[in-house]
Design a protein around this ligand. Structure first.
Ligand code: DHK
Length: 147
């Protein structure tokens, strides 16, 4: 069975209680379950990870090389700061779909810049947890369309 990595960055472990007016009431465990249910119909395995540490996120991206079809990445605040994450994505040469629960372009100006976007297939932002499912579909369309 093929697999994809769904990787979540800092503070996303607090979803459900963290600023629900911005991020909703859904927990990261809920999102993992939604993703697994969605993927089952596509004969796809989901590897779901979260870390608050930049280096650990980079290790997860490296581990995906040669193992996974691609990556769905919500890098949290590292989206706006991390050249190291961007370089990791460029290094593994895997398709990456960037996801954000909130519409980062409608928020503070410092959230408008994404270091991930230039090396991603595309970005999905503002659709809450549903964005993860849209990202899985986009990744599958891309990879299976390319076969
Ligand atoms: C999550 C975060 O933790 C923020 O730092 C980003 C993103 C937005 C989200 O909407 O999922 O700015």
């Amino acid at each position: 069975m093929t697999s994809i990595l769904i990787l979540n960055g800092p503070n996303l472990n607090l979803l459900g209680t963290r600023q629900p007016e911005v991020y909703g009431h859904v927990t990261l465990t809920d999102i993992a379950e939604m993703c697994r249910a969605h993927a089952a119909a596509h004969d796809l395995e989901i590897l779901f990870e979260q870390s608050n540490h930049e280096g650990q996120l980079i290790d997860h991206i490296h581990a995906a090389r040669g193992r996974d079809l691609g990556i769905v990445l919500n890098a949290g605040a590292y989206t706006h700061t991390s050249v190291a994450l961007r370089d990791a994505i460029s290094s593994v040469e895997l398709p990456v779909v960037e996801v954000h629960l909130s519409n980062i372009h409608a928020r503070e100006p410092f959230r408008h810049l994404s270091h991930i976007a230039p090396v991603a297939l595309g970005q999905i932002a503002g659709f809450g947890a549903k964005g993860y499912l849209l990202a899985i579909d986009a990744l599958l369309d891309h990879t299976r369309g390319a076969e």
